[in-house]
Design a binder for this molecule. Structure first.
Ligand code: PHE
Length: 347
C-alpha cells in the first residue's frame, strides 16, 4: 500500500498547481514585454504569490520541509522557463514587425579606397606603351653596384656616379637610384628583339623639399631591335606625349649626357599650363622637361653580351611624380607621400 500523503503536502501541491495554471494563462495572455514583466513580479517579485509560498516552508514541521521545498522550487523553475520562452517569443515578434530596426537611423557607409595618383599615373604610362607593343616588367629596389652603375657604362670612380648617388647597404648592395638597372636585368635574361617598360621606386639621398624626395618613381623604357634609330625613339615618345598631355602638346629633344646612351637627350614638352607663351610653371621658358632618353650605348650592349654591330636600341626614363605634378597642376611633391585623404580623394 502506497504511503499516505500527508494533508499538508496535499494542500501545498494543490496550491502550486493552481499557481502554475494561473501563471501559465497570464504569461500566454501577455502581449508586450511590459505586461509580461508585471506577471513576473506578480509571482516572483518580493511580494509575489510564489515568493510568499516559499516563505511559509520554514514554518512547516521539519519532516515536510524537503518535499515542500522540492515542489515550490520545481514551480519556480517552471515559471522562469515559461517567462523566458515568452520573452524570446515577444522579441522575435517585435523584430519581425521591424520595430526593433530604426529605419530613420543613418546607415553605416562603407568607404571605398581608391588608387593612389602615382599608381594611376604609372598605370596610364604603362597602358600607352603597352599599346605600342612594350611589355611591363619589374626589377628589384635593392640592387648591386654592377647593375645600377658598372653595366650601365658608369665605371667605378667615374664622375657621373655622383649624378646617380644613392643609399648604400652594409652588404655592398644599394637602393637603386634609377630604374635603368632593369634594362640590364632584362637583357641578361632575354634575347633581342625586345621592348619593355619598367615602372618602380627609386631612391636618392636628396633633402626633401617641394620638388625633391629621397624616394620617388620612374618608368624606364627600352627597345632593342635591328636598325633602331632616333626617329623610332621620337615616334614612340610623340605618341606618349600626345596621349598623356593632349594632342596639341609639342615635344623637343635637347642634347644632354647620360653614360648609358649615346647620343642622349633631355626631352621637353610645350608647357601644358601656358601652351608655350611662358608662365610661372615653366619659369617663362615655355618648355617643361619630362624625361631623359637616347640611343643605347654600345658599352651597355657589350656588358650584357649583345653584339652592338647587329643590334641597336633606344632607352628612356621618366619621373612619375613630375609627370603627375604637371598633369594635375600639383606644386609640392610631398603631397603624394603625406597620405592626407583630402588630397588623395581628388583623384
Ligand atoms: N636613368 C636616367 C635618370 O634617372 C634617365 C634615363 C633613362 C636616361 C634611360 C636615358 C635613358 O635620370
Amino acid at each position: 500500500m502506497p504511503e499516505k500523503i500527508p494533508q499538508k503536502i496535499k494542500s501545498l501541491r494543490k496550491k502550486t498547481e493552481k499557481i502554475e495554471k494561473e501563471a501559465w494563462l497570464l504569461i500566454e495572455d501577455a502581449k508586450t514585454l511590459e505586461e509580461l514583466d508585471k506577471v513576473r513580479v506578480g509571482f516572483l517579485g518580493r511580494n509575489g504569490t510564489l515568493t510568499q509560498l516559499l516563505k511559509t516552508i520554514p514554518q512547516l514541521a521539519l519532516k515536510y520541509r524537503p518535499e515542500a521545498g522540492r515542489l515550490a522550487n520545481a514551480l519556480k523553475r517552471k515559471l522562469e522557463e515559461n517567462l523566458r520562452e515568452k520573452i524570446d517569443a515577444l522579441h522575435k515578434e517585435k523584430e519581425e514587425k521591424g520595430l526593433e530596426i530604426d529605419i530613420t537611423m543613418p546607415g553605416c557607409a562603407q568607404e571605398l579606397g581608391s588608387t593612389h595618383p602615382i599608381s594611376q599615373t604609372m598605370a596610364e604610362i604603362s597602358r600607352i606603351f603597352k599599346n605600342l607593343g612594350f611589355k611591363v616588367v619589374d626589377g628589384p629596389e635593392v640592387e648591386t653596384e654592377y647593375h645600377n652603375f658598372t653595366a650601365l657604362n658608369i665605371p667605378e670612380g667615374h664622375p657621373s656616379r655622383e649624378t646617380f648617388h644613392t643609399f648604400y647597404l652594409d652588404d655592398g648592395t644599394l637602393l637603386r637610384s634609377q630604374t635603368s638597372p632593369v634594362q640590364i636585368r632584362v637583357m641578361q635574361k632575354e634575347k633581342p628583339p625586345l621592348r619593355i617598360i619598367a615602372p618602380g621606386k627609386v631612391y636618392r639621398p636628396d633633402a626633401t623639399d617641394a620638388s625633391h624626395s629621397f624616394m620617388f618613381h620612374q618608368v624606364e623604357g627600352l627597345a632593342v631591335d635591328k636598325k633602331i634609330n632616333l626617329a623610332d625613339l621620337k615616334g614612340a615618345l610623340t605618341v606618349f606625349v600626345r596621349e598623356m598631355f593632349g594632342k596639341k602638346t609639342k615635344m623637343r629633344f635637347r642634347p644632354h649626357f647620360f653614360p648609358f646612351t649615346e647620343p642622349s637627350a633631355e626631352v621637353d614638352i610645350s608647357c601644358i599650363i601656358c601652351g608655350g607663351s611662358g608662365c610661372r610653371v615653366c619659369s617663362f621658358k615655355g618648355w617643361l622637361e619630362i624625361l631623359g632618353a637616347g640611343i643605347v650605348d654600345p658599352n651597355v650592349f657589350k656588358a650584357v653580351k649583345y653584339d652592338p654591330e647587329s643590334w641597336s636600341g633606344y632607352a628612356f626614363g621618366m619621373g612619375v611624380e613630375r609627370i603627375a605634378m604637371l598633369k594635375y597642376g600639383i606644386t609640392d611633391i610631398r603631397m603624394f607621400f603625406e597620405n592626407d585623404v583630402r588630397f588623395l580623394r581628388q583623384f
